[in-house]
Ligand binder design. Sequence first.
Ligand SMILES: Nc1ncnc2c1ncn2[C@@H]1O[C@H](COP(=O)(O)OP(=O)(O)OP(=O)(O)O)[C@@H](O)[C@H]1O
Ligand SMILES: [Mg+2]
Length: 384
Amino acid sequence: MKITEPSNLEQSQTDSKPSTRPISVSETSQLKIRENNIEILEKKYNKILTIDIDDIKLMNWIKHEDFYEVTFNYKQKFQDKFLFDLHSGRLGHQALMTKVGQDNFNYNYQKLETIKKIQNGEIIKCRKRDNNEIFAAKIQKINHFLIERELQINLHIAQNPHENVASMVEYYQENDLIIFIYPYFSGGTLNQLVNSNSKDLSKIKVKTIMKKILSGLNHIHGLGIIHRDIKMDNIMLEEINDHKSVRIIDFGFSAFKDNLNYLCEKCGTIGYFAPEIINGQFYNQKCDIYSLAQVFHMILTGNPMFDRNLNRQQIIRLSKNNLFAIDYRNVKESKAQSLLFKMLDFQENRYDVIQCLDHPFFYKSENLESKIKSVETCKFKSPF
Ligand SMILES: Nc1ncnc2c1ncn2[C@@H]1O[C@H](COP(=O)(O)OP(=O)(O)OP(=O)(O)O)[C@@H](O)[C@H]1O
Ligand SMILES: [Mg+2]
């Protein structure tokens, strides 16, 4: 088996082509996935092996023509190799890929391009070699304690997916790198959407986008997670110009809300974080609502709430005292203003996700959408 060289992620994998040696049925094993363990029926020895999923440190699945070759590296520092029939192999891989890391990224994916350089690595667009599907891979050096937390949160979301939250498909761990694989979202970020609409997103689009983000946030919060970095670049559209296909991405700053140790950590992005964060106070999930208010303002008006000419220190000073300037010329609707205020209030009075979703700002959107739908339906009705 080839061990991938992590320092060269673009390396092609031609030198580890699957063997074509025919494997007899009696040589393959079958596999059953249970909640916390897997049962392997080794036909060759006619015995059943039970493996605790938590004991597997890393795994490596290689699909051959008519079987899978699988290696499990255990935390106890030994390894096992199995040959699974195609059916067992496919099921086993699917069940374990969001639970255990793999170590053969280059074998499975080909890099197409860099999407963005990030602090600890890069986001790349890549192609899965076996089915040509396109994915995004977030490749980061494991040199920060937040990475382990990002992994735990990604795993939790992958086990509990939601249509408005990005779900990791699988992950790889190779020496000092961790690689999260996500579906590729071709619709770009909200920033790109606002720029491409020359700052003029229709009211209905804004309502739909806000509803979808709130729905995703409701799910995340329900899982006991605080995102802590809601911003224009961390909200994407799955498909271009499909404002319903919203996905919340980037759990790099996310935290489990019950761990009190994190909840006075200062993190997030300047211009988005809530006063309680900047003031070093204990905070809760409502900090995401404050950040979302900045996104709301941006998609309503095309402009950030803090003037672009302000420097970091000035923005921090204003944020500390919860001072902000709403662009009233572009937020004329009183319901939008009222919702914005509720989202920007100090923590104890600030709306949570459910209160936001219940706000009258969203009622009108539904009526309007249904009116539009009924007008559209009328168009097709025969006047005779
Ligand atoms: N699944 C995806 N599909 C397409 N593009 C993506 C995907 N995930 C991330 N990106 C792009 O990469 C950018 C950075 O991703 P992400 O926010 O996860 O990394 P980050 O470390 O937080 O980077 P930054 O410091 O820029 O916020 C996103 O803003 C988006 O443009
Ligand atoms: Mg980000």
